[in-house]
Design a protein around this ligand. Structure first.
Ligand code: RP5
Length: 172
């Protein structure tokens, strides 16, 4: 079992970030960085559906009672981690398809997005954009009953808008 000490704050952990392998970290780091930026207490673990199945079961079945409000789950290839976690918890699962070497993440995307009706997994874009947006989506979920977080999220979005130039720089 990995360390479940909260990161990004001393408050009760509200978001779990899990990934199928250490090799998923460069992608999933983008979700973690968003949670850090918003000061959202979170935990980060490797949970593999096929290499650590008992860890997966323990993680998913304990998630609701431990107070998790969202689980960001990234995996590549067969990518059954998000769906398997979702099958064992009512906590919303945000699936991030990691870009695979063989099929560029299309395999991961299809695997995560094609959940049969009854067990939902919210599926994001392949790779960095998906991980970033999963982090932002988790923040948006929590902002529903956290006015301070809502203010920070609105400010983040406004800053993003402010950062877009009207006229493109003519490069090259
Ligand atoms: C999946 O297999 C992981 O999520 C990872 O994206 C992929 C490859 O894992 P490694 O062989 O790099 O550990 O389970």
């Amino acid at each position: 079992m990995g360390d479940r000490a909260p990161q990004g704050g001393s408050a009760r952990v509200s978001v779990g970030v899990i990934m199928g392998s250490q090799s998923d970290w460069p992608t999933m780091a983008h979700a973690v960085h968003i949670l850090e930026e918003f000061g959202i207490a979170h935990e980060v673990q490797i949970v593999s559906a096929h290499r650590t199945p008992d860890r997966l079961i323990d993680y998913a079945k304990s998630a609701a009672n431990r107070g998790l409000r969202a689980i960001v789950a990234g995996a590549g290839g067969a990518a059954h981690l998000p769906g398997m976690v979702a099958s064992m918890t009512r906590v919303p699962v945000l699936g991030v398809p990691v870009q695979s070497a063989a099929l560029s993440g299309v395999d991961s995307l299809y695997s995560i997005v094609q959940m049969p009706g009854g067990i939902p997994v919210a599926t994001f874009a392949i790779g960095k954009a998906g991980a970033t947006n999963a982090g932002l989506f988790a923040a948006a979920l929590l902002a529903g009953d956290d006015a301070d977080l809502a203010t920070r999220l609105d400010a983040w979005r406004a800053a993003q808008t402010e950062g877009v130039a009207m006229i493109p720089v003519r490069e090259g």
